[in-house]
Design a protein around this ligand. Structure first.
Ligand code: GDP
Length: 425
């Protein structure tokens, strides 16, 4: 079984929590895109964990975790994350963590460049998490990246490569932004310090995954951000710099020859968005604060308060289509339990036009939400484990969402803990 678990919305849908739950049936979990710029929060019987780079399967002792070639890897951050988890009793060795030799390394100058550019943009900033992700993906496509596999080459080869890249980079940094040049020796000692630790985990993960697939192992592909942050299909330019969608999963994992057997979309029962960019369904004031508190909507990586809104039909249906989801896991339904009426954004208004498909450009940036309200259930549902335990209004809401996004909702999550979910008939 080759399953992709992806986000339908703007991210923070609870993907980590669903991967943690569903990975029980999987032998391998692979991250296939993004870097350490987002956080997955996982709560299970071993504690509460925030993962930035490591696949969520790392919390299961018998699961092998892979960071694929589509990911960009901040090696200092990775070493820190591994040490932190080890401190919490999680065992991490080259047997349960494998890093693609083709994944590109995030260097300190990528982080600097990210900060310099956001500062230059000032009020027009993108809301970058300043982890160097856009600059490193830019360099990857300029063919100026250093890959994890390069750490296994001879020192002379790697030095030569690094020197050539720094020479080019300094043209931009020193002459463009007018700051001090990058010093080769600093970058070399950085690569040595952290590269020497991570290189034990580096291998041809595509080969490993192909062999595992032949042996009949179950592989799960884990996305880092939602469909609306995809570089091609998201709210460009307020997107991430990589492909977050399920069809990219085999490519970013290193197995472009394999086809997914199953695509599970994680969709939130309401909307949230971190940082800048168009977010039509956004609500403000007391109602927003109430929802933010109820859902504990503060960024896992940055602690930033998330923007919140009602469920957005246009964005979610579009997200389901971009992902090609076979089934959906609906998360955080319990958060809506305090609402007498549940707001749902059913259309966008642009001037005197009513839009019922997710737009791009000006229409997206200037649209206003058209809201309708569904009856709430006003009952704690976090203890429900079967469909029949849910109040009728909650079942009606689930059925309604299923219809408007045109995809079966198979799982409903009613709390952050591993067992707080319902499998739909
Ligand atoms: P991810 O990046 O998609 O994994 O999502 P985040 O980790 O950023 O955000 C999801 C948050 O919601 C985490 O704090 C989870 O523990 C929590 N969570 C996930 N599912 C549920 C749920 O069904 N109900 C509630 N109340 N919290 C949930």
């Amino acid at each position: 079984m080759l399953t992709a678990i992806t986000g339908i919305n703007w991210g923070d849908e609870g993907k980590g929590r669903m991967v943690d739950l569903l990975s029980e049936d999987y032998d391998i979990v692979v991250r296939y895109q993004g870097g350490n710029n987002a956080g997955h929060t996982v709560v299970n019987d071993r504690g509460k964990f925030i993962l930035n780079l490591l696949p969520s399967g790392i919390l299961r002792p018998d699961v092998v975790n892979v960071i694929g070639n589509g990911v960009v890897v901040d090696i200092k951050h990775l070493v820190g994350e591994i040490n932190k988890l080890r401190g919490l009793g999680i065992e991490i060795t080259p047997d349960n963590l494998k890093l693609s030799d083709r994944a590109v390394i995030v260097m300190p100058y990528h982080v600097d460049q990210d900060c310099l550019e956001e500062d230059r943009l000032a009020d027009a900033k993108f809301g970058s998490t300043k982890r160097g992700i856009a600059p490193v993906y830019g360099d990857k496509y300029m063919k100026k990246g250093i890959r994890l596999g390069d750490l296994l080459d001879s020192e002379e080869d790697l030095k030569e490569r690094l020197r050539a890249i720094i020479e080019w980079k300094n043209l931009l940094i020193e002459k463009g932004y007018g700051i001090k040049p990058i010093i080769f020796e600093d970058m070399w000692s950085y690569l040595k310090e952290y590269g020497d630790i991570v290189k034990d985990y580096v291998c041809d993960t595509g080969l490993y995954l192909n062999e595992a697939n032949k042996e009949g192992k179950n592989i799960m592909f884990e996305a880092q951000l939602g469909a609306l942050r995809d570089i091609d299909f998201g709210i460009y330019p307020f997107t991430s710099s990589s492909s977050t969608i399920a069809p990219y999963a085999p490519i970013g994992a290193g197995v472009p020859n394999l086809k997914l057997t199953n695509s599970v979309g994680i969709m939130k029962a309401y909307s949230t968005c971190v940082g800048e960019g168009p977010f039509t369904a956004e609500i403000f004031g007391d109602k927003a604060e109430e929802l933010r508190k109820a859902g504990n909507e503060y960024g896992a990586a940055t602690g930033r308060p998330r923007r919140v809104g009602g469920f957005d039909i246009l964005a979610s249906r579009y997200g389901v289509r971009a992902q090609g989801s076979d089934v959906i896991a609906l998360t955080k339904l319990d958060v809506l339990s305090y609402m007498e009426e549940i707001p749902v954004c059913v259309a966008y208004k642009f001037g005197d036009q009513i839009l019922d498909e997710f737009p791009i450009g000006e229409k997206l940036f200037k649209a206003e939400p058209v809201y309708e309200y569904k009856k709430g259930w006003m009952k704690d549902i976090s203890g429900c484990r079967r469909l029949e335990d849910l109040p009728n209004e909650a079942i009606d809401y689930i059925k309604y969402l299923e219809e408007v996004v045109d995809c079966k909702i198979k799982y409903v999550s009613v709390g952050p803990e591993r067992d707080q979910y319902i499998v739909m008939a």
